[in-house]
Write a protein that binds this ligand. Structure first.
Ligand code: ATP
Ligand code: MG
Length: 364
């Protein structure tokens, strides 16, 4: 950190996952790979967005609690290092809830409801008009999740880019409204001109949107189309084996790899590009290649990727594993609260709400 008032640490990173289920391959290629790279050089905060999970599963608190722990196991199994990165439990960072309230005043209601990410989610999850008030509110809350850490980057999948855009808007608006930042100021200059918040950039992963095993929607925890990082070799085989290849053909009939989602996986997960090119070529020509053959190659590649992750995960599945996870979350959240409280204080001062400073009690 530079230590200068309102200066931003350019290297800070925030991202997170909602505990609506275990992590899947879409998370891995969309965001986790980036996190592993970023934690080498940056100050990383990884948020367990457990309050957001209540937007669609308010009646399932036990599942949310279980998935919160399971996601941390997935992170650690992938190689997230709690010594270098800070793992944060959203529900124990009061500054996030408070900033959400502040930001809700700066975002027009219709602007929130027009957010394309929200619209897509409402449709994909079949929420109709029955979603709670808290569902659109989570889009506002996500601005607070991010900005409370004043990060430079937010590694996300493509589906989240519209949310990040809203977060960028709210950062600009806050800085203009309460910190006298000129509206013509370039995004990167906001902190230097006295803005409390940086205007953070989305960082989309190697694969912005991994398709699900249904071959239609994005792979998603809530859509029953995911290959989980913790799936057994048998489950991976079954899920990929059951994928519809987009067409019906015999091994000696020409096929179109471009409409076959199994080939999408081949391109992403088979490291040997010559092998993928050969599979595609033979498929196009109908050179004695059945769909089972392509699937077998993909199953092997996915299992190779998941094997070391499964092995590391097994360590946390032993007795006492959950306690270890809770210790990690508690330590990370305490560190995160130091930064979050500082951000909140700066925001309150800017809003003329800075009557006195407070200190949070220690975790017990
Ligand atoms: P839910 O169905 O509950 O919304 P999800 O599978 O979409 O769950 P999130 O917790 O919403 O997972 O997303 C966590 C991060 O992973 C986000 O940055 C999101 O963009 C990214 N992500 C999720 N699914 C994919 C995917 N299929 N491809 C690429 N990135 C993804
Ligand atoms: Mg999602």
């Amino acid at each position: 950190m530079t230590g200068t008032n309102h200066a931003v640490d350019r290297t800070r990173v925030l991202t997170g996952d909602t505990p609506t289920g275990r992590l899947h391959l879409g998370h891995y290629v969309g965001s986790i790979e980036n996190r592993l790279r970023l934690q080498e050089e940056h100050e990383c905060y990884f948020l367990l967005a457990n309050l957001h999970a209540f937007t669609t599963r308010a009646n399932k608190p036990d599942e949310i609690r279980r998935d919160t722990i399971e996601i941390v196991k997935d992170w650690l199994a992938c190689g997230i290092d709690p010594e270098r990165s800070t793992i944060v439990l959203q529900s124990e960072v009061p500054a996030i809830a408070e900033l959400t309230w502040f930001f809700a005043m700066l975002l027009p209601f219709n602007r929130v409801m027009r957010n394309p990410t929200l619209k897509t989610e409402i449709e994909a999850k079949g929420l109709g008009d029955q979603y709670p008030f808290g569902f659109p509110m989570y889009a506002v809350g996500q601005c607070a999740d991010i900005l409370v850490f004043r990060p430079a980057f937010v590694p996300v999948g493509v589906d989240q880019v519209a949310h990040i855009e809203m977060c960028r808007e709210v950062a600009r608006r806050f800085n203009q409204t309460y910190c006298a930042v000129d509206p013509h100021t370039e995004d990167e200059d906001h902190p230097a001109r006295g803005g409390v918040f940086p205007v953070p950039a989305a960082l989309v992963g190697r694969v912005g949107r991994l398709i699900g095993t249904d071959g239609r929607q994005k792979m998603s925890k809530s859509l029953d189309n995911a290959i989980f990082l913790s799936d057994t070799p048998k489950q991976v085989k079954k899920k990929i084996g059951a994928m519809y290849p987009g067409q019906s053909r015999q091994p000696d009939e020409p096929g179109d790899p471009d409409i076959n989602p199994v080939f999408t996986y081949a391109e992403i997960f088979i490291e040997d590009t010559a092998c993928v090119a050969d599979l595609k070529d033979r498929y196009r020509r109908g050179d004695n290649i059945g769909d089972g053959h392509v699937k077998a190659a993909v199953i092997e590649a996915v299992n190779d990727l998941l094997e070391p992750i499964r092995a590391r995960r097994a360590d946390y599945e032993k007795p006492g594993g959950d306690d270890l996870i809770i210790d990690i979350i508690r330590d990370g959240t305490a560190r995160a609260n130091t930064l979050a409280e500082e951000t909140l204080w700066r925001a309150k001062e800017a809003m003329r709400l800075g009557f006195w400073r407070r200190s949070l009690g220690a975790a017990t």
